[in-house]
Design a protein around this ligand. Structure first.
Ligand SMILES: Nc1ncnc2c1ncn2[C@@H]1O[C@H](COP(=O)(O)OP(=O)(O)OP(=O)(O)O)[C@@H](O)[C@H]1O
Length: 639
């Protein structure tokens, strides 16, 4: 532990002087691990007095790294959350890095996060030993085991403000996948930090086995049957009689290290045949000690109730109801990943331009996740009036404020209990309300306005925004601590303009919406050539309008396309256009088309008894478009 491995500052000062100024080897004066690391750093030419040059990567790269390490991120999340509240209380922080020391996440005490940030101990920075000298993260990676580095034991002098305890994380096959570190102020004793880090890592490594070891028999063993099923049970997987995977507890049962993985034969470890464990739940090892447990035969343990089967890409090719969403293979993969994250109790942030389908994606996530069948409560943070958002979200007791509903209001958060809460346009959440939301998300507990007992909440959180969140944080419009709470996993939905195969999107959407009508090749091409700044919303509305404007069974040609698409035709093709007044020029083509479109709008409006919102929904266009197109006629109509 930190206390045991740390010499007094005076002794450490002497040891540093002996090593750095006189080239001596202060053997026995600093822990061996530290001395070994100092020697490595010196051989590399690192200068102890230099100011560290650590440049965190830009937010987009960090995001990319997090996505690349999605499995580690997902499996470590629960531990980080748990530790971070303890860490916050003791003025320290919890850090998760990848296998090379790149910091993926840092949470805990806000004031120490700030201090650590001054020496770039922050997400996006790399704390490998080669880069920043002796430090718990980097040195634990090199040593392949837990390391504590306290104050002046750090190679670079400016890092003397830190006291860090790091434990490497290994996958079941013994490959390093990351590091969990607890760091705090070097003036404070962090006696239990290493123990906590080790415990958390044992849990994370145990969770890696939940996904199964293919074609292997997985033994879960412990000398004490009461500890079976906990992270302290030994896990050992054998394939064709050889040990191929194990957790630290499993290796310790036999005094093995990770280099034995892939080599150690079953017969060298156990006296009894495996059948004995299956039949009697107990097995004798080669020393005659009894080990209790069971065998899993290559099966992953069910982690959650079976969700509905995901919609596969091939299923999407069969005729679908018009309102069935469309997901390309990239989005399908995004859905699968996001669903797993959500089911692990973590939050998902969906980012993308307006109309790309963020809400559609969120609803599909709900449909596929373990909470399908429970409520999906969508809250548009930009649409709620600022003065009401707090009351609407968090609820209030009877008579909490003037104008409050009699009997109070449970609030939208409570309505989402058991299900999924979807906070749309989260980037527009007023700054003043962000701390309250953060508290609710941290504590999963709510105290309604006007008093009343705190209420426990259980919901999965999905948020969406079209805003650039890094910029919003940079400009102080969004709190970073809230951001990290809502964005355990981020999904980016690409705009249609970035889709190289827009023709495929047009085809698939037309198949759903076209009601059996066909598009001419030219119309299809023109639809595919357009960049669709309003994304799927705009494309969908355009296709619905084409359907409204054409007869059942008709072949829909370019003459029905909106004016903005006509401008796209290459000049040559415009010159050869037949002398059809509709196509002669965009300006000339616009008016009969506009007339047709307007007729369709008026008809929809009439069918909806003049209700603008319903008519707009029916046409698949926005209310503002309907207002713009029918202008004067709508004044005084109900919305
Ligand atoms: N995956 C999809 N398949 C088919 N149509 C879709 C899909 N996603 C979106 N759409 C169409 O686009 C419309 C807008 O989708 P959605 O409201 O989810 O977008 P958004 O990104 O949340 O937009 P905003 O940022 O403006 O709130 C939907 O009503 C639907 O018509």
């Amino acid at each position: 532990m930190a206390q045991q491995q740390t010499l007094s500052d005076r002794h450490l000062g002497l040891a540093r002087r002996a090593f750095f100024e006189h080239g001596g080897a202060p053997v026995g004066k600093v822990p061996e691990t530290i001395l070994r690391s100092w020697v490595r750093c010196q051989r590399q030419g690192l200068a102890a007095e230099q100011a560290p040059h650590i440049e965190p990567v830009p937010a987009a790269r960090l995001q990319e790294m997090r996505e690349r390490h999605e499995k580690l991120w997902r499996l470590a999340r629960a531990e980080l959350e748990l530790l971070s509240s303890d860490a916050a209380a003791t003025g320290s922080i919890v850090i998760l890095t990848d296998e090379d020391g790149w910091i993926l996440d840092a949470e805990g005490s806000a004031s120490f996060l700030d201090r650590a940030g001054r020496v770039a101990l922050m997400p996006g920075a790399c704390w490998s030993e080669a880069q920043v000298g002796t430090n718990a993260i980097g040195t634990a990676i090199v040593e392949g085991r837990s390391v504590v580095v306290h104050g002046g034991e750090h190679y670079l002098t400016p890092h003397g403000i830190l006291s860090c305890s790091a434990c490497p994380i290994f996958d079941p096959y013994g490959l390093p996948v990351g590091v969990l570190d607890i760091s705090g102020d070097s003036n404070v004793q962090h006696m239990h930090a290493l123990g906590l880090a080790r415990l958390a890592v044992a849990n994370i490594e145990h969770r890696y086995f939940d996904e199964g070891i293919p074609d292997a028999e997985l033994l879960r063993l412990h000398r004490d049957p009461a500890l079976l099923g906990t992270a302290r049970e030994g896990l050992l997987a054998f394939r064709s009689g050889r040990l191929v995977a194990a957790n630290q507890a499993g290796l310790q049962l036999f005094g093995l290290d990770r280099s034995e993985l892939g080599r150690a034969p079953y017969a060298a470890l156990f006296e009894d045949a495996l059948g004995k464990l299956r039949d009697d739940g107990v097995l004798l090892d080669r020393q005659g000690r009894a080990l209790y447990g069971r065998v899993d035969d290559g099966q992953a343990r069910p982690r959650r109730p079976a969700a509905r089967p995901p919609i596969t890409v091939s299923a999407a090719l069969t005729p679908q109801p018009a309102d069935a969403p469309l997901f390309d293979p990239v989005q399908e993969a995004d859905l699968v990943r996001a669903c797993r994250v959500l089911d692990a109790g973590l939050s998902v942030l969906v980012q993308g331009q307006t109309g790309t389908g963020k809400e559609v994606f969120a609803r599909e996530l709900h449909r596929r996740c373990a909470r399908a069948g429970k409520p999906f409560v969508a809250v548009n943070c930009a649409a709620l009036p600022e003065g009401l958002i707090e009351a609407e979200l968090f609820g209030y007791e009877d008579g909490a404020f003037t104008g409050a509903r009699k009997n109070g209001n449970p609030g939208l958060l409570r309505q989402a209990d058991g299900g999924v809460l979807f906070l749309d346009e989260i980037g527009d959440m007023p700054l003043a309300l962000q701390p309250r939301l953060l508290r609710v998300l941290q504590e999963r507990e709510l105290s309604p306005l006007g008093g009343g007992k705190p209420i426990k909440l259980d919901f999965a959180l999905v948020c969406a925004t079209h805003r650039e969140m890094q910029q919003a944080m940079g400009e102080g419009r969004f709190r970073p601590d809230l951001y990290y709470r809502i964005a355990h996993h981020t999904v980016h939905i690409a705009p249609l303009s970035a889709n190289a195969d827009r023709a495929a999107v047009v085809d698939a959407l037309w198949q759903r919406l076209g009601q059996g009508r066909r598009l001419t090749e030219q119309a299809r091409q023109q639809l595919a050539d357009y960049s669709w700044p309003g994304n799927l919303r705009q494309l969908g509305a355009c296709l619905r309008t084409l359907v409204a404007l054409s007869e059942p069974g008709a072949l829909v040609g370019v003459e029905l396309l909106p004016a903005y698409l006509h401008d796209l035709r290459p000049a040559a093709s415009r010159a050869q256009t037949p002398a059809n007044p509709m196509l002669a020029s965009p300006a000339a083509s616009a008016s009969p088309l506009e007339a047709l479109a307007e007729a369709a709008m008026r008809q929809a409006l009439a069918e909806c008894d003049g209700n603008v919102s319903r008519a707009a929904r029916k046409l698949g266009i926005s209310r503002s478009t309907l207002y713009r197109r029918l202008g004067q006629d709508l004044h005084g109509k109900p919305h």
